[in-house]
Design a protein. Structure first.
Length: 230
């Protein structure tokens, strides 16, 4: 009986996890997983990253990239989720410009190269743990707009879902993330920033990585820098 219970628990837990494996450009979802998205280490387990000091916070990648999607500045870009976002919390998007002399398939985005372009955070007050508070919760696709002022060039686009369901204590938050490879065309003359590093942008003690079911929170601020809108 105990073994059956344990197996049922493990199966339920695995089903609750998810991965971002397809890019969506101008409403078109890529036909297969891992076309423009670098394959992540959770491609089989759907598990998340729990240490904000891990190098997995960059792209959580299992292997180098192989494809690059073309995106027009000002266009909507999204990520398709295997199953759905089954844990409540914010979803955020970052971009990092690939150096002109680097190969986008193998470039490692270490150091202060990331800027935040969008954040789907909590709404309302007091806050709950359902869709009425977390607009991205239970969605199978999430989107943001590439700022029109983004300079043309090749970029990594990083999606990050911060699951707060076990974040009552330090280290309990789970990060589900992935990086897609894109080339932005028709861009502007903006200067994206502030630039941050992964790991480094978050601290395990950040308020945005903690959640208390009681007392009920009345506000929430997602971790990381301010959003650059161009």
């Amino acid at each position: 009986m105990k073994l059956c219970t344990l197996m049922l628990f493990c199966a339920t837990t695995a089903q609750a996890h998810y991965r971002f494996s397809k890019l969506i450009v101008n409403g078109t979802v890529e036909a297969k997983e891992w076309m423009s998205v670098r394959q992540t280490k959770n491609y089989q387990s759907n598990s998340g990253v729990t240490s904000v000091t891990s190098g997995d916070m960059r792209c959580f990648q299992n292997r180098a990239g192989s494809g690059t999607a073309t995106v027009v500045a000002g266009e909507d870009v999204g990520f398709g989720v295997e199953s759905a976002i089954t844990h409540f919390g914010p979803v955020q998007f970052y971009m990092a410009k690939v150096p002109d002399n680097a190969n986008i398939n193998s470039w490692d985005p270490s150091g202060n190269v990331w800027f935040k372009v969008a954040s789907i955070s909590a709404v309302g007050s007091p806050l709950g743990s359902g869709v009425e508070t977390w607009p991205a919760f239970q969605k199978s696709q999430v989107f943001f707009k590439i700022p029109s002022a983004t300079p043309s060039g090749k970029y990594l686009v990083r999606v990050e879902s911060i699951a707060l369901h076990q974040a009552q204590s330090v280290g309990g938050a789970q990060m589900y993330l992935a990086c897609a490879q894109v080339e932005v065309v028709g861009g502007g003359q903006g200067k994206p920033g502030p630039l941050v590093a992964f790991p480094g942008a978050y601290n395990a003690n950040d308020a945005g990585l903690r959640w208390s079911y009681y007392p009920i929170a009345k506000s929430y601020t997602a971790p990381g820098p301010a959003v650059w809108s161009g």
